[in-house]
Design a protein around this ligand. Structure first.
Ligand code: SAH
Length: 335
């Protein structure tokens, strides 16, 4: 279905929720049936060189104890994920020159050798094309790299010193290299009007990503944006539904950010176009230190043995958890 900016703004405002959510659910079921892909995430380090104004792991947050998991610890987490039957492993970290890309790529190669039936997603921020290629050559299948916004003014305000064009370049490199790419926005950032956000949904569709993920902005302590209002949760559900209708074959997760603002987010999100859930397998000893936003890794259903709780939520949405690699059915058509 083809929308123009004005249609999207109206839908984001809740002008036609009943139609929107039904159409999104139908589009989702036509592509993925009643399946919900389940992923396990390992937050392998909170060390970060950047100072994104909204993010709790920003470099200048001195309140945080910094950690980096060893290779043995990462492998142990990966085994833990596979032992639960999950075949989709996501690794995420802060973005830092101090991370040893070669070593982490080798760790991914070891995961893939030991667990050949799994897919690995990396989410380490921007890297050079060569480094992304090295990760791919070592077995990385997908990358999650949110652009956060596709508006220069919004981007530069929230990421002082960094340029949107570099972020976009990374997305294009990843697509060229044959990654399945996930991206999306933070709804409710300062300067981010609904009109701009609506334009961005159309621009992201043109970029051609395989997965759409938008979080509501969460005001996090020890950040310059700590006192701002959080992004509106309903607009995030609506944006998921709109994108599902625009591109029925993409994967769309219900994010943990949404869960930290809305207790019933999983079942609700799954009924509104989403088809992916993620569970944290980060070791308990460091989990509280991966606090990119308030509430992250503290909500009940993010605990290590949370698989049962997750299955309950999936059932509430009349769907079934699918323990498979969970690739996106979206076909990137090139530039
Ligand atoms: N360093 C990696 C991973 C970042 S954390 C990278 O740059 O890709 C994963 C995502 O959490 C971010 O991309 C951002 O979209 C989201 N996030 C971080 N802080 C947030 C906040 N305060 N509110 C909402 N989303 C946030």
């Amino acid at each position: 279905m083809v929308f123009v900016t004005k249609d999207i703004v109206e839908l984001l405002n809740g002008s036609n929720d009943e139609w929107l959510y039904q159409a999104a659910d139908k589009a989702k079921r036509q592509t993925y049936g009643n399946k919900v892909f389940v992923r396990g995430i390992i937050e392998n380090s909170n060390i970060c060189d950047r100072n994104c104004l909204y993010c709790g792991v920003r470099k200048e947050n001195k309140e945080l104890k910094r950690y980096s998991l060893s290779e043995a610890e990462i492998l142990e987490c990966a085994r833990g994920i596979r032992n639960q039957g999950i075949k989709s492993i996501v690794m995420q970290s802060g973005e830092s020159q101090s991370h040893n890309d070669k070593k982490i790529a080798q760790t991914i190669a070891k995961i893939k050798t030991e667990i050949p039936d799994c897919d690995v997603t990396i989410s380490f921020g921007e890297k050079s094309r060569d480094v992304f290629k090295m990760y791919k050559d070592n077995g990385a299948d997908r990358c999650l790299l949110k652009v956060e916004t596709l508006q220069d003014d919004v981007y530069e305000y929230a990421h002082s010193g960094y340029k949107l064009k570099d972020r976009i370049k990374s997305i294009e490199d990843l697509l060229d290299l044959g990654y399945q790419v996930g991206s999306g926005f933070i709804y409710g950032l300062p300067l981010y009007t609904q009109e701009k956000f609506a334009q961005d949904l159309l621009s992201l569709q043109k970029l051609g990503v395989h997965m759409y993920s938008t979080t509501p902005f969460i005001a996090s302590k020890n950040t310059p944006f700590a006192d701002l209002d959080c992004g509106e949760v309903n607009a995030v559900y609506r944006s998921n539904a709109i994108y599902r209708i625009m591109e029925p074959t993409v994967n769309i997760p219900v994010t943990s950010a949404l869960a930290s603002l809305d207790e019933n987010s999983k079942a609700k999100g799954l009924r509104r176009g989403a088809n992916v859930l993620m569970l944290s397998f980060t070791p308990e000893s460091v989990r509280k230190d991966y606090s990119i936003y308030r509430g992250k890794n503290t909500v009940k259903t993010e605990e290590l043995n949370a698989l049962e709780a997750l299955e309950e939520e999936v059932k509430k949405a009349d769907m079934v958890p699918a323990y498979e690699r969970g690739r996106s059915l979206y076909q990137y058509k090139g530039r």
